[in-house]
Design a protein around this ligand. Structure first.
Ligand SMILES: [Zn+2]
Ligand SMILES: [Zn+2]
Length: 405
């Protein structure tokens, strides 16, 4: 918020407190302002974006932007309180963007035709992962700003990034076009929940104290600092609505299916998960937090795998557990309420095929990270996952079998 426009109703800390994390322990869900959020790093987020926006023959940018607009309209609105004036409501939007870890937006002058961003999660992500600097990368921010105009003023605007720090600009700039066709957000599909405990599955043993890891990670302040970024574990983290990821993945697969490329689409989504597992978890394993908390529990290589699963449960990836493991060879893992499966059920109904691309990729990536050798590119694809059961197909849990490819 610009210092030039103080508002008597605006107190930054009070606004941030509206977005305090609510961790639902028995389901491993992270809620912020009523929206389930998933912790992912810049590697995953920028890779998913590049996958969707880079595919030929579909409008991936529109898929990404619209999914952001839909999820953030709900979340921004949930941050409003009775008595908020318009200045306070713009501040709510700004602070949500920063709290979630996307960076720093300046919405202090909504009458202007331009909005600026001085730090961006996707700018960091693309800067690390991809050399191509020819196109702006802050599509999620475009959707977020469109949602903010709708939430604060009920106004439909079209937001496009004209200059991006990723392409060398000193700050990202977004043009605001008014008088565009009115848009409305679809209402949220009815929430479903599935089995929340591991009662039906026989779990494999390890030397890892899951609860200690989960408790410690949930206690970490995974929230944006002054610049709205969350550097942690050697990566940049962000809290992203599960419904955003689900809408992006489902619409991407549907759009690609129209040109007969369904399998390619699913493979690409799964590869983003695999890359995420290797990059994020490697960063985590090299971090001081890991050294202090997890390293003392590790007695054999397999323990690392169990620790990573506990950690991903704290990140909200889907309450999953290892049921069988042959070190270096095979892994059987189940998930009781993965957001991908539930999201598909909620918006599309029962599926004929498994739908959990991220968890499929992460399962393979964890095995490659813990047991593989050589660089990441040499390890990539050395393990393959088959999701034989999926909640989206009507099974009581998702079940993944991983083996060497
Ligand atoms: Zn940008
Ligand atoms: Zn599944």
């Amino acid at each position: 918020m610009s210092a030039a426009l103080p508002s008597p109703s605006f107190d930054r800390n009070e606004v941030r407190a509206r977005f305090a994390l609510d961790y639902v322990r028995d389901r491993h869900r992270r809620l912020i302002a009523g929206e389930e959020v998933i912790v992912h790093c810049h590697h995953y987020n920028s890779r998913i974006q590049r996958t969707v926006e880079g595919a030929a023959g579909i409008d991936g940018k529109a898929i990404f932007r619209t999914a952001a607009r839909t999820a953030f309209l709900r979340q921004i609105t949930a941050g409003f309180r009775d008595g908020d004036d318009e200045t306070a409501r713009w501040a709510v939007a700004e602070e949500l963007f920063a709290e979630l870890g996307y960076g720093s937006l300046d919405l202090a002058d909504p009458a202007s035709d331009t909005v600026h961003q001085s730090a961006g999660h996707f700018v960091e992500g693309w800067g690390v992962a991809f050399a191509d600097q020819s196109k702006p990368v802050c599509t999620l921010a475009e959707g977020f700003i469109e949602a903010a105009f709708m939430a604060v003023r009920g106004e439909s605007v079209e937001v496009r990034e004209t200059h991006c720090m990723h392409c060398g600009a000193s700050q990202c700039s977004f043009s605001i076009r008014r008088g565009v066709e009115a848009w409305t957000a679809p209402s949220r599909p009815a929430r479903r929940e599935s089995v929340s405990t591991s009662a039906d599955a026989e779990l494999a043993d390890s030397n890892i104290d899951d609860n200690a890891i989960i408790q410690a990670v949930v206690g970490l302040p995974i929230r944006g600092g002054d610049d709205g970024l969350i550097p942690a574990f050697g990566v940049y983290l962000a809290n992203t609505p599960a419904d955003f990821y689900n809408q992006v993945a489902i619409e991407f697969v549907e759009a690609m299916s129209e040109s007969g490329q369904r399998e390619t689409a699913c493979r690409l989504l799964s590869e983003a998960g695999e890359s995420c597992a290797m990059n994020t978890f490697r960063g985590i394993m090299d971090s001081a937090e890991w050294e202090a908390l997890v390293a003392p529990m590790l007695q054999e290589p397999a323990d690392t795998l169990f620790a990573l699963v506990a950690l991903s449960n704290a990140f909200g990836w889907g309450n999953w557990r290892i049921t069988e493991h042959e070190p270096g060879e095979t892994l059987e893992i189940v998930s009781f309420n993965g957001y991908e499966a539930l999201g598909f059920l909620e918006s599309r109904g029962q599926a004929t095929q498994a739908q959990c691309w991220m968890l499929q990729g992460v399962s393979a990536g964890m095995m490659a990270l813990v047991y593989g050798e050589g660089s990441f590119s040499e390890r990539f694809g050395t393990y393959l996952t088959e999701e034989h059961d999926c909640i989206a197909k009507g099974n009581t849990m998702c079940a993944f079998a991983v083996e060497e490819s």
